[in-house]
Every structure is written in structure tokens, then in C-alpha cells.
Design a protein around this ligand. Structure first.
Ligand SMILES: Cc1cc2nc3c(=O)[nH]c(=O)nc-3n(C[C@H](O)[C@H](O)[C@H](O)COP(=O)(O)OP(=O)(O)OC[C@H]3O[C@@H](n4cnc5c(N)ncnc54)[C@H](O)[C@@H]3O)c2cc1C
Ligand code: SF4
Length: 518
């Protein structure tokens, strides 16, 4: 008589999850290397190493404790599961709700058509036995009936619900958010150095395997992201010991050649469940209670996890499937080639941010939002092409998190989560970074050979979308400034943008980008 087969997705690598049996006697474990998923996008080679190595390490950890674990290489996840079920005569397939739309549908379809070979028992990926703090239903209940979804409202609700940083029903310190204090620049201060995780023999063999795969982006060599549970915990402790205290202060700052700054580097391990959001928050709160983390830093960090992260995951399921096709601003410019080849741009901020992604599969939040995303917004790049680039290029990217961040937050392709686009000219980048000092463009110039593209693109964007944006009171002063300039200057700005965009070569690649491949 067979036993149930537990399907552990590549992002479910944690024993606390309901898709992992409590004991070896309960059932077999099946993991799948899906050919369709791996070849759907030109994924960064370091991301492929991360997924494969973490999966193989988790299998090894379970086997050491007596579990029967199989890793199937199959054309798709569903086919891999079916193959295992047929071989083991499994009585059921136990899984967590997949984090991405495509796989959730594929598994449900396969179950309906009985092609998995055994009935599917599927559990929520949030709440007890899940990865996220909230069940999908809990978010849906919160969102129900709301005209707009706002992160700050959601965050307050989460604080009250969890009781974290709360005192007698009120926020500790009297304020919900210390975000306004989190905009300092580290004048003369260097970020702490980071030591990555040395690949063991298993990871090394995967690096060698993946390095040979054609057409993927970046190099697998130099891979040093955490893949084991111990490494994930070490990453958490390194952050709490050396960077957490200053996390809030310098959260929005950028320095040339400094990819990590004071950021946590935890999304990579967290998004594959090697470490849970709950234990990360609890560890940070412990530091706060011990007096090792100031309130503003603790609040700022907790907000990222229980606020932004949970909110984005809820928003994804709330807005799908329409979110993929969203293009509110009718942005139609193709993705420029330099997104894949950073040496082809002489914009120092873009070059630095894209080089970081090409090298590590990572750029920190403010590079993602205010440099890369801001450029894509102002230049009017097609949202789906930008989204595919983020999804393929970052080691922590999965559709549930990159899509709402790219389409809603960065590109304003859908206005369900924000009232206005995060558009900024070069003065913001100059204020928050040291990029402009060494750049061939001048951050103060709007026109002429040294004009910074962020400036003429910014004004052209604002004018192009005036009808939509003019009623926003925060933008009124901006349109007054534009109206004060003579027509000749206005035209020169618009011409500069047009010439700049006409001069960009579109990205060339042979990928079909299949969002649903799994
Ligand atoms: C255009 C764009 C694309 C993004 N794509 C991704 C992505 O593919 N995967 C991803 O995990 N995050 C994404 N983010 C959110 C955020 O930038 C990353 O989570 C963060 O940079 C990861 O690095 P870190 O762990 O050092 O984070 P820190 O800056 O130290 O923040 C701590 C943690 O907070 C959480 N967090 C903070 N902001 C967000 C947010 N907006 N959405 C979700 N989680 C958040 C993350 O889990 C992160 O690990 C994106 C943001 C933007 C603007
Ligand atoms: S001058 Fe413009 S392009 Fe150069 S670094 Fe500053 S913002 Fe970027």
C-alpha cells in the first residue's frame, strides 16, 4: 500500500511547512527540476544555482533524517509529480498552494483531469503550516470592500493583529512609522563588509553544471548566497550584528560600487523558505528588546517584512491575472539593450545598478525603485518587458513579488496601490547617492550635451501624463514650474528626450518569455 507523496516546491524548503511530512513514515517527498520553468526566462545563472543547490541541500538534510526523497528531472512540475506518484503508487499528493499563478493553475488543472495519478490535497501557503504570516483568505477579507489598497493602512492592521511593537493598543513610541527619519546619507561612512557563503562540493558541482547552460544571464562563478538553513541563519545574524542598527538611517542611500549598503540580504533565503518571516521578525524584536536595535531601525525593518512583503503577496493574488497585462500609462518603448549589457550605458547610476544585478543577481531596494524602475517609468518602457527583466535577473525574484513591485510601485502600470507614480529627476539621485559626482552627465542640466537623461525624461513624462496627474495636489507646484518656462525651453526638453530614446538600441534575445511555464 502506497503512502502520500509530499510535493516540495523549490520555494518550500523548510520543515515547518505543511508540504513536508512530520516524520519519514508519513510519506515520500518529491521535488522537481522542471525543464519548462528553467527555460521560460533567461534566468541569471546565480539564481539557477540558488534554486538547484538549495533544493539538493534540503533533500540531503531530509535524507539524513531518514526521509525518502526523490528529485525528478521532468518536462514540467506536474509531470514530475505524476512520474513519482506512478512509481510509488502514492495515495495522495500533498502540496502548499504554489506561490505563482501559473503553477497554481497547472496543478489544479492536472488534479481536475486526474493526470497527477492521485488526488491533490493543497494547503494554504500562509498562516500555520504556511510560509507567509497571513492566509490568502485573511488578506482577501482585509481587502474586501476597500476602494484602494494602501500599504500603511494594511501595516497598521498587521501591527494591531500581531501585537508587535504595540503597547496597550497603541504603537510603541507613539508613532506607527519612523520612515521620515530613514532618509540619511552615510557621509564619509563605509558600509560594513559582507562575507558570503563559500560553496561546498555540492554547490560547486551545480555551479559547474549551470555555467555551461547557454543563453542564461550572468555567471554562476562567484556564487555565495545562502543555500542551507545554517547559512540562512548566519545571514540573519550577520545582518542583526553588523547592519541592523543603521538599516533605517541609510535605507534609501546609494554608493557607487556598494551593492549591499546596510540592507539585510535576506529576501533570497526567505523567498525559498530557508528562513521564515516570523523568525526574522522575532529575532529583530529580540534585539530591540535587548536594547541592541533602536526603535526607528526595528520599526523600519519590521515594516518591510510584515508590511511591504505581506502586502505585495496579498496584492498579487488580489490583482491577478489582470496585473500581468496592466499598462495604465500606455508605455510602449522597448527595453533597451543596456539592461542586459550595462557596459553600454554611460549613465553612472544605471551602469552601477545593472552591473550589480549582472554580477550578484541583486540590487538593493532604492536602486530597484528609484534608479532602475524610475528610469523605466520615465522612459515609458513596456511594463511586461521590464517585469521579465526583473524576474529573470534577480536571485530573489518570483512573480508574486516582482510583478506588484514592478507594475504597481515602479511603473504605475496599475494604480491600485499608489496614488501617483514614484517619478524623480536627477536631483533625487544626486541627493541620495554619490553617483552624480563621477558621471559624464550633469545632474543639474536639462538640455545640452551634458544634460542628465533623468531630467529631460522626467519633465517629458510629467507633461505627457499631465491630464492624469494634474489633479494630484503634490504635483501642482511642478506643473507651475513647467508653465513658467518659455516654449522654446519646453520644446528643447522634449526634443532631448526624443533624441535620447531614439538613440537606445532595443534588447536582442531569442527568448519567448513564457510566464505560465512551469
Ligand atoms: C522594482 C522592484 C522590484 C522588486 N523585486 C523584488 C523581487 O523580485 N523579490 C523580492 O523579494 N523583492 C523585490 N523587491 C522588494 C525589495 O527591493 C527587495 O525585497 C529587497 O531589495 C531585497 O533585499 P534585502 O533582503 O537586502 O532587503 P532589505 O532592504 O534589507 O529589506 C528587508 C526585507 O523586507 C522585505 N521587503 C522590503 N520591501 C519589500 C517590497 N517592496 N516587496 C517585498 N518585500 C519587501 C524583503 O523581504 C527584504 O528582504 C522589489 C522592489 C522593487 C522596487
Ligand atoms: S548625472 Fe544623471 S545619469 Fe549621471 S549618475 Fe546622476 S542621475 Fe545618473
Amino acid at each position: 500500500m502506497g503512502k502520500p507523496a509530499y510535493f516540495v516546491g523549490p520555494w518550500d524548503l523548510n520543515r515547518q511547512l505543511a508540504c513536508v511530512p512530520d516524520s519519514p513514515q508519513q510519506g515520500t517527498v518529491v521535488m522537481v527540476e522542471s525543464v519548462a520553468k528553467g527555460s521560460a526566462l533567461p534566468y541569471h545563472r546565480k539564481k539557477l544555482v540558488l534554486i538547484l543547490s538549495a533544493m539538493h541541500h534540503f533533500a540531503q538534510e531530509l535524507r539524513q533524517d531518514g526521509y525518502d526523497v526523490t528529485i525528478v528531472n521532468a518536462p514540467s512540475y506536474a509531470q514530475g509529480i505524476a512520474q513519482h506518484v506512478a512509481e510509488r503508487q502514492s495515495t495522495a499528493v500533498i502540496a502548499l498552494k504554489p506561490r505563482e499563478w501559473g503553477l497554481q493553475n497547472a496543478l489544479q488543472e492536472a488534479d481536475k483531469a486526474c493526470t497527477l495519478g492521485a488526488p491533490l490535497e493543497i494547503y494554504d501557503d500562509g498562516g500555520p503550516g504556511g510560509h507567509f504570516l497571513l492566509t490568502r483568505q485573511a488578506f482577501a477579507d482585509w481587502a474586501k470592500g476597500r476602494k484602494s489598497l494602501r500599504m500603511d493602512t494594511f501595516y497598521r492592521w498587521m501591527r494591531k493583529r500581531t501585537g508587535w511593537l504595540m503597547e496597550e493598543g497603541k504603537p510603541v513610541g507613539g508613532r506607527w512609522s519612523y520612515d521620515s527619519e530613514n532618509r540619511k546619507t552615510p557621509k564619509g561612512l563605509q558600509p560594513p563588509s559582507i562575507s558570503g557563503h563559500k560553496p561546498d562540493a555540492l554547490t560547486q558541482s551545480i555551479i559547474e553544471r549551470v555555467e555551461k547552460w547557454p543563453n542564461h544571464w550572468g555567471s554562476a562563478v562567484g556564487f555565495d548566497w545562502p543555500v542551507t538553513r545554517q547559512e540562512a541563519l548566519r545571514e540573519l545574524n550577520a545582518f542583526l550584528d553588523h547592519r541592523a542598527e543603521n538599516f533605517g538611517d541609510y535605507q534609501d542611500a546609494m554608493l557607487h560600487g556598494q551593492p549591499w549598503m546596510w540592507h539585510a540580504r535576506l529576501s533570497t533565503a526567505m523567498n525559498i523558505s530557508r528562513i521564515s518571516p516570523l523568525e526574522i521578525v522575532e529575532a529583530a524584536l529580540e534585539r530591540y528588546q535587548d536594547g541592541q536595535m533602536p526603535l526607528a531601525a526595528a520599526e523600519g525593518f519590521v515594516r518591510q517584512i510584515i508590511g511591504w512583503r505581506e502586502f505585495m503577496r496579498g496584492a498579487y493574488w488580489h490583482l491577478m491575472p489582470g496585473l500581468r497585462g496592466a499598462n495604465l500609462l500606455d508605455a510602449q518603448h522597448p527595453l533597451p539593450d543596456f539592461f542586459w549589457n550595462p557596459e553600454k550605458t554611460d549613465m553612472r547610476c544605471m551602469n552601477d545598478s545593472i552591473t550589480s544585478v549582472k554580477e550578484h543577481g541583486y540590487a538593493h531596494h532604492i536602486q530597484r525603485l528609484m534608479v532602475l524602475g524610475n528610469f523605466a517609468l520615465l522612459a515609458g518602457l513596456r511594463p511586461i518587458e521590464v517585469s521579465h527583466w526583473f524576474w529573470a535577473g534577480f536571485v530573489d525574484a518570483y512573480e508574486w513579488v516582482e510583478l506588484p513591485n514592478v507594475h504597481n510601485m515602479a511603473l504605475f502600470a496599475d494604480d491600485s496601490l499608489t496614488t501617483k507614480p514614484y517619478a524623480a529627476s536627477a536631483s533625487y539621485i544626486n541627493k541620495m547617492s554619490d553617483y552624480c559626482k563621477g558621471c559624464r552627465y550633469q545632474h543639474t542640466k536639462r538640455i545640452g550635451p551634458k544634460a542628465c537623461p533623468f531630467n529631460h525624461l522626467f519633465w517629458t513624462f510629467m507633461v505627457r501624463h499631465r491630464e492624469r496627474l494634474k489633479s494630484n495636489y503634490r504635483l501642482a507646484a511642478l506643473y507651475k514650474t513647467w508653465d513658467r518656462w518659455d516654449q522654446e525651453h519646453q520644446q528643447a526638453i522634449q526634443n532631448a528626450s526624443k533624441n535620447f530614446l531614439d538613440g537606445l538600441s532595443p534588447a536582442q534575445h531569442g527568448w519567448s518569455f513564457d510566464d505560465d511555464a512551469c
